[in-house]
Design a binder for this molecule. Structure first.
Ligand SMILES: O=C(O)CCC(=O)C(=O)O
Ligand SMILES: [Fe+2]
Length: 343
């Protein structure tokens, strides 16, 4: 008898799907389409904390190519990988399993390659991972352009002139040190079978519970599963599931702080899937963390014309993200979170 199919948020149609057809990664999309996307995105982030983007124009092949490149990078000798280790001053580079921990009670099995600048000199060389640069740079540009569309859409939905948020995020992946946005390639290796695992008191996970630190995150994942979220207002972990070709968008800490929780930050984690077969398979994902430029002050939000369906959950700010200081201290918030999570 086959195993029962797992119910997920996607299989139950509980995550709003936003169709970006007619936009692609165009730099100059149509106003009416952007306005409609803004309304849908605002409603989804307000109600759930995440949405699914389809017809976004980023071909699946581009994702598969970087997944394979990261596999090849992870197979290099440690000494060779060491040239590309994460630089704490710009967050660019390779993060070995255990170097970044969200949950200190478990061993987090995850390889990441953070890309914060598009300079080829900072990426694996052609003779080490052929095509890494040729695949990663166009994908990073596509995800930056997609983020720019969403920033315009959000501005409309928040009642701001459409270019307002774009102007606050002008430095995304420009590599000039004024904006901490990053594209992160992730590979979660197979997890040893339970009976061959580490001593009983050490548990494995893939990524401990956290919310992301910036404005929003775009997430493309393969079909292996394991991503779980707590929807807005809920304390229950739920499995997201997989929609082929789709990209998730989820709210980060800064958008939550700026909107005083009208758009709350989404708590999420990646667990090791149950069963020997699923544990023995690796998982791949690309995350794009969209952040405002360091030092910008996000504009005050106009009062909302109509109340949203449900009042936002009470906003409990990080001490350094209080109402008075949150806008000036985005960079400070990020540095604090990096200190907490990186060994
Ligand atoms: O792998 C995933 O699906 C999520 C990764 C993640 O949450 C992160 O790197 O911040
Ligand atoms: Fe995350």
């Amino acid at each position: 008898m086959s195993a029962p199919r797992q119910e997920t948020l996607l299989s139950r149609c509980e995550i709003p799907i936003i169709d970006l057809a007619h936009i692609g990664t165009d730099v100059c999309p149509m106003k009416s389409v952007v306005r409609r996307i803004g309304q849908q995105l605002f409603a989804a982030l307000n109600d759930k904390g995440l949405a699914v983007l389809v017809n976004h124009g980023i071909a699946e092949g581009k994702l598969k190519a970087v997944y394979a490149d990261l596999d090849n990078f992870c197979a290099l000798p440690e000494g060779c990988q060491a040239q590309y280790l994460r630089n704490p001053s710009n967050n660019h580079g390779y993060v070995r399993p255990g170097m970044e921990q969200f949950d200190n009670t478990k061993k987090e099995l995850r390889h990441s390659f953070n890309i914060t600048t598009l300079s080829a000199a900072t990426m694996p060389a052609e003779e080490e991972v052929p095509q890494f640069v040729n695949h990663a740079i166009p994908l990073a540009r596509d995800l930056t352009n997609l983020s720019r569309v969403l920033l315009q859409a959000l501005a409309y939905a928040l009642g701001l002139p459409p270019a307002t948020l774009l102007a606050c995020h002008a430095g995304m992946l420009q590599g000039d040190g004024r904006n901490p946005s990053a594209m992160r390639l992730l590979y979660y290796p197979p997890v040893p079978p339970e009976d061959e695992g580490p001593p009983r008191d050490v548990a494995y996970t893939r990524c401990g519970a956290h919310s992301d630190y910036g404005t929003f995150t775009l997430l493309a994942q393969d079909s292996e599963g394991g991503l779980e979220v707590k929807l807005n207002g809920s304390d229950k972990w739920e499995t997201v599931g997989h929609l082929p070709g789709a990209i998730l968008v989820q709210t980060g800490d800064l958008l939550a702080a700026w909107t005083t929780n009208l758009l709350p930050a989404l708590m999420h984690r990646v667990v090791v899937p149950a069963g020997t077969y699923a544990r023995a398979r690796g998982r791949h994902c690309v995350a794009y963390f969209c952040h405002p430029d360091d030092g910008v002050t996000l504009p005050a939000l106009p009062p909302r014309a109509a109340p949203v369906a449900a009042p936002p959950p009470p906003y409990v700010p990080h001490v350094h993200l209080t109402l008075h200081h949150r806008l000036l201290n985005a960079a400070h918030h990020l540095q604090k979170r990096f200190r907490e999570t990186y060994a």
